[in-house]
Design a binder for this molecule. Structure first.
Ligand code: SAH
Ligand code: SF4
Length: 349
């Protein structure tokens, strides 16, 4: 049994130096009362990235996917969902709306949809950049050349979660994909000068605290600029539909520890966290998060982008990631809304 005093010392050390080993991480992840970790993460968040919460306007432009990730409702073999693709004009309309309400970053996300040619995506990116808006892509694994072309067209950031750093679990959940290629993608993105976001799904069947600690070590090692960490939410018509799903408290511990090891990065309070827990955004913002991603897509399509259930209620204005709701929520927490593009302001330790 580790004494309370030792825990205190460990957290103090982490708060001051942002370094920790795997065993110590497991100890902290297993803590029954994590309030000390949360408070330390909140202090570090305030010190390094301030009270601003950056809004990233999310556009889910296609729900076609050729992959078969076990947890995801968009997986190719799921024939029960209606598929859609947005036209480039529709995407740009959403971007213009985002710009008109002051958003400075747009996130273009989709399944792995080979229908969109790189040149089409490049043209869309070029149009968006004319509006002086940062572009984040979240469109999965591509070749080095494709990533380079998208960068050249103006893409600034890329989100590609590693999902789990445990190779065996990764392979089990991603038939036909390879862990090595996932890492190759992240390395390419870094090399090409993108701000790189990765992250994990928390609560996957078979995932242990050791594996989550290993995820945190990986984030530190690759010096991720952004980290998206959310609970796995079981989705009907997928191989994991009867599994239990992630626990909010462990997600919050992962967020807080991420902030403590990488103090100056951008960390969203994720939509999945808010879907799993009504107070999820608020809890996330108090545990180190400084970003939220409102959905600025088209209502008709939002309903069809079913990575997991609960994302879009019958009335989309009641969705957790509705822009107006999010703005109110941020202000209610005495936080401010970021006005610039919200790049990582790297502070070297
Ligand atoms: N196809 C792209 C982007 C869309 S999926 C990609 O995979 O990178 C975006 C994220 O949704 C994934 O990284 C995954 O972590 C998350 N996701 C998928 N299914 C989920 C589920 N059932 N519960 C919670 N998050 C899920
Ligand atoms: Fe496709 Fe992404 Fe879902 Fe995997 S997580 S099935 S790549 S949309």
């Amino acid at each position: 049994m580790i004494k309370e005093k030792d825990i205190e010392e460990l957290i103090e050390k982490l708060e001051a130096h942002h370094n920790i080993d795997k065993e110590e991480l497991v100890t902290l992840l297993a803590l029954e009362d994590p309030s000390m970790i949360y408070q330390a993460a909140d202090r570090v968040r305030k010190k390094y990235v301030g009270d601003e919460v950056h809004l990233r306007g999310l556009i889910e432009f296609s729900n076609y996917c050729s992959n078969t990730c076990f947890y995801c409702g968009l997986r190719g073999p799921n024939r029960t969902i209606k598929r859609y693709r947005m036209e480039p004009e529709e995407i740009l309309q959403c971007v213009k709306y985002g710009a008109s309400v002051g958003l400075k970053t747009i996130v273009l996300q989709s399944g792995e949809d080979k229908y969109f040619k790189i040149i089409t995506l490049c043209k869309i990116i070029e149009e968006i950049k004319k509006l002086d808006i940062a572009v984040t892509l979240s469109i999965g694994e591509l070749s080095t050349k494709d990533y380079a072309e998208l960068k050249k067209a103006g893409a600034d950031r890329y989100l590609l979660r590693i999902e789990t750093t445990n190779k065996e679990l990764y392979q089990k959940l991603h038939p036909g994909m390879s862990y090595e290629n996932r890492v190759r993608c992240l390395m390419d993105l870094r090399e090409l000068g993108y701000e790189v976001g990765t992250g994990s799904l928390v609560g996957l069947p078979g995932q242990t605290l050791e594996m989550l600690a290993q995820d945190l070590i990986f984030f530190k090692k690759i010096d991720a600029d952004m980290l998206g960490i959310g609970p796995f939410i079981p989705c009907e018509n997928t191989p994991l539909e009867r599994e239990k799903g992630g626990n909010v408290e462990i997600v919050l511990k992962m967020l807080a520890l991420s902030r403590l090891i990488l103090p100056d990065i951008n960390i969203p309070a994720t939509t999945a966290l808010a879907v799993k827990d009504k107070a999820g955004y608020i809890k996330g913002l108090k545990c180190g998060a400084n970003v939220i991603m409102p959905n600025i897509g088209i209502d008709e399509y939002k309903k069809l982008y079913k990575l997991y259930p609960g994302k879009v209620p019958d009335n989309p204005s009641e969705a957790v990631n509705n822009l107006e709701n999010i703005k109110k929520l941020i202000l209610s927490q005495n936080r401010t809304i970021g006005k610039d593009k919200g790049y990582r302001k790297k502070i070297l330790n």
